[in-house]
Design a protein around this ligand. Sequence first.
Ligand code: MF3
Ligand code: CO
Length: 249
Amino acid sequence: MINIKSARELDLMRYAGHINYLTHEEIKKNLKPGITTEQLDKIAYDFILKNNCVPSCLGYEGYPKSICISINDEVVHGIPSKTKIKEHDIVSIDLCVGYKGYHTDAARTYIIGKVSKEVEALVKNTEKALYQGINKVHSGCKVGDISNAIEEYAHAHNLSVIEELVGHGVGSNIHEEPDIPNYGNSGSGQVLKEGMTIAIEPMLNLGGKEICLTDQDDWVIVTKDGLPSAHFEHTILVTKDGYEILTGE
Ligand code: MF3
Ligand code: CO
């Protein structure tokens, strides 16, 4: 079943979404070569608590940190550590913020200094693919409309679409129904209705679409060919005529 949120629930999600946005802004200010991913995690943790929210990833299925930081060929769920951010990295920051039991989920990928034209295009086009998906949202649209818009855009820009990782409903849990794949046919899948809240999150690769776990831990997912991957995500409210981006500002 896909939950429809009440006005009260939506207000809680709007606040959590706003703090999610501000946490991303706080990290952006500090994201420079030399800083460790653990330091960035601490900045996020402190900022989220100061704003009376919770870092919803911390403890989620045993996840040990407040945010996920995935660098270069790491796709998602990179665990903050002593690793330092370096010039020429691409760094994806994925974080969930909860307020009074309601959660929001958003991710951005940053380019540190200079990267090749191809890698720059990967990052820019993954963000654009997210907005292609978001633009399809309105009451009565189908999940496949979003999926297809992202897939078409990715393929038109020579990027491959990861199939095992998908967007999702979000609310009183980080992951709710429905799944929102980044590939599929328009006109297919579940119908979205006013009051549903979903996380749309293209994860696109410069090389092949194949991914795997590393032998370091059970979390970080990397590309099989070692080529870089980018990730952008927003939590979206479906409205009668369109959408509201809850993690937008
Ligand atoms: N945004 C991530 C996802 O949708 C975060 C999940 S929380 C974690 O998978 F604990 F798995 F990191
Ligand atoms: Co997500």
